[in-house]
Ligand binder design. Sequence first.
Ligand SMILES: Nc1ncnc2c1ncn2[C@@H]1O[C@H](COP(=O)(O)OP(=O)(O)OP(=O)(O)O)[C@@H](O)[C@H]1O
Length: 315
Amino acid sequence: MIEARELTKRFGDKTAVDGITFSVPPGKVTGFLGPNGAGKSTTMRMIVGLDHPTAGTVTVNGKPYAGHRSPLHEVGSLLEAKAAHPKRTAYNHLRAMAATEGISAARVNEVIELTGLGSAARKRVGGYSLGMGQRLGLAAALLGDPQTLILDEPVNGLDPEGVKWVRFLVRGLAAEGRTVFISSHLMSEMAVTADHLIVIGRGRILADAPIDEVIAGSKQERVLVRTDDTGALAAALGSPGVEVRRQEADQLEILGLSTRSIAETAFSRGILITELTPQQVSLEDAYMELTGGEVEYQSQQRTAPYLPAGEGQQS
Ligand SMILES: Nc1ncnc2c1ncn2[C@@H]1O[C@H](COP(=O)(O)OP(=O)(O)OP(=O)(O)O)[C@@H](O)[C@H]1O
C-alpha cells in the first residue's frame, strides 16, 4: 500500500505537486495519468525518496521508503531508462545491484530470462536500444521480488510484443496481491491494464476512481449519423456546446447531443437519416475531457477534423 498525504513538491516558484492525497492499494493495477509536466514523475520519485517533499508525507507499507531495511525487496521501481553505467553489461549491473541486498546470482538470471534480455545481458548497456534499456529497468525493478512496483512509462520504447508482455506481467503481479502503480501516456494500453486510475493535472488530482467510473463520468455523448444531406443536418444541429465533425461524405460525428435529439431535429427539418449510432466513450475521450483545461504544454494543432466554423450555416 502506498499512501500519500498532502504531498507537495516545489522547485523554486514552480509547484510540481500540489498537496495531493491518495492511496494505492495492493491487489490492483493503479494507473497514474496526466499531461506532460503534470507531476507524475515527481510524485513517483518522492515515493522512492529520490525527491524530498516540500510538505506532506508518502509511505510504502506504513514507512517512508528509506525506512525499509531492504528497499529492493520492498519496492521495485522503474523511473527512467536507465541508470546503468554504459560500459557495464546488464548482467554485471544486475549482479552489482543484487550484491547490495544479498540477492543470489540465480535470481539475476531469472529476471534476465523473465524480461527477455537473454543474450543481450552480456553486452554493454551503452549500446542498448530504448526498448532494451526498458527491459533492463524492469529486470532491476523485479530483482528483489518486491511487494510494491512503481513503474514510470514502462512500455515506452517497447515493441508490441513487449507492450503486451508488460501488460500480462503487471496484471499477474497484482493478481498475486502486490501493489502496482504505473504511469503511461498510452490510453488504449492503460484501458486494458489498469483497474483503477489516478489522474493528475498541474500537480492536483483530477480523478481517483475505478477505470469504469472514469469512463462513465464522461459527459461526452458521441453519435455517428449518416445522411445524404450532411450540410443541412450540420446547420440544424449547430449550437453552443455541440461539435459537428465530418467523417465521410455522408457521415457526421456529433458530440454533445443524444441520439434522440438528433433524430427529432432531423425529423422536424425533413432530413432523412440512414444511420444513427451512439459511440462508446473511450478512456482517451474521458481523459481528454478531464485534462482539457490542465494541459501545460499544448500542441498548436487540433488533430480532430472539425467541421470548419460556418460550414454548418450554409445550404
Ligand atoms: N528538478 C526539477 N527542477 C525544476 N523543475 C522541475 C524539476 N523536475 C520537474 N520539474 C517541473 O515540475 C513539473 C512536473 O514535472 P514531472 O516530470 O513530474 O511531470 P510528469 O507528469 O512526469 O511529465 P511527463 O509526462 O512529461 O513525464 C514540470 O513543470 C517540470 O518542469
